[in-house]
Design a protein around this ligand. Structure first.
Ligand code: GTQ
Length: 326
């Protein structure tokens, strides 16, 4: 070691005692040339995960759990309860006759329905009955509870902005033991009133009519963002969501964006190449494409993918970027 390096080492150790650090040792990490994230590409196969959901149903009641959810853990954040660097995903199970008590919080949520039919989420006292592929919103600070009056287990994917709200240290929650919750309109934190349910049948039909008109994107196939009907913007302030359709045999062009994205396979089968890995997916599988990782899809059997990301938030901050091809 040269005397200079040695002197610096000692200096750094002393700096730390003053709660100071030399920027020049970490400038490239702090201000990188291009996005760097701990978020890793990952795939969760539903067939593999489904028995664990079933076991949760035998080990704990919905009442005891409050929310009986298996959280998807991105391997870049062990124990972090993050599916990506910014967002959360979990499979929630409600057995026949069960209910999950009302609460509200500053985190925004979406439910994407995976299995079952006839359970509901009540948002500010309005019941939204679930069918496979439906998207149901719970905007920030809206009261919500879930119940399953049907005779089959109900499973849906919870998508929340929990990590964003945690990083901002801006989270609040209130519980209410009364059920159901009456409609009320005075919550100061609530986001603009939005349509809360997007039935799958309608979304699917819209994709089909786009396909028949030949509206096919080389990177995304036939794609339709879910929008807030009041202002045409994203469904929630922090999260964007889309549904896309690909014909058998399609191989999309390479694409990347700064929005780390979580995909749910609604129909069909295929594979996605991301960061040197190839994920082969089928119905109800979930996979992650992190920020700025190039990816493309190859479709084996007519496929529909639901996806959600932090694009809405990034656009508000002027940060969102994409690159097509390459
Ligand atoms: O259903 O309200 O997966 O509050 C995580 C937090 C679900 C819910 C989650 C929640 C909920």
């Amino acid at each position: 070691m040269t005397p200079e390096i040695n002197a610096r080492r000692g200096y750094y150790t002393e700096l730390a005692t003053q709660r100071l650090a030399p920027l020049w040792e970490s400038l490239a990490d702090l201000v990188p040339d291009a996005p760097r994230s701990r978020c890793r590409p990952e795939l969760w196969r539903y067939a593999q995960l489904r028995p664990f959901i079933e076991r949760a149903g035998r080990l704990i009641s919905a009442a005891e759990a409050e929310r009986r959810v298996l959280v998807l853990e991105n391997p870049g954040y062990p124990g972090g309860h993050r599916v990506t660097n910014t967002l959360y995903a979990g499979f929630q199970l409600l057995l026949p006759g069960e209910a999950a008590a009302p609460h509200r919080h500053s985190q925004s949520a979406m439910r994407f329905v995976i299995e079952g039919e006839g359970a509901y989420t009540a948002v500010d006292g309005v019941r939204h009955y679930m069918h496979r592929g439906d998207l149901i919103l719970t905007p920030a600070w809206c009261w919500h509870d879930h119940a399953n009056p049907s005779d089959a287990p109900m499973i849906w994917l919870d998508a929340l902005d929990i990590p964003i709200v945690a990083d901002l240290a801006a989270g609040f929650r209130e519980n209410d033991d009364e059920m159901p919750r009456p409609v009320e309109h005075d919550a100061p934190l609530r986001s603009t009133a939005v349509e809360c349910a997007y039935p799958y049948q309608q979304a699917r039909a819209a994709l089909e009519s786009m396909a028949s008109r030949g509206e096919i994107d080389s990177c995304h196939g036939v794609i339709r963002p879910y929008v807030n009907p009041v202002n045409g913007g994203s469904v929630l302030p922090t999260m964007s969501a889309s549904l896309q359709y690909f014909r058998t045999g399609i191989r999309t062009q390479t694409y990347r964006s700064t929005a780390s994205t979580t995909f749910v396979v609604v129909e069909g089968a295929g594979s996605t190449q991301v960061g040197g890995q190839r994920f082969e997916w089928a119905e109800n599988d979930v996979f992650v494409v992190p920020s700025w990782f190039p990816s493309w899809h190859e479709v084996e059997r007519d496929a529909v993918l639901f996806s959600y990301s932090d694009r809405a938030l990034q656009e508000k901050l002027g940060l969102w970027r994409e690159q097509r091809g390459g």
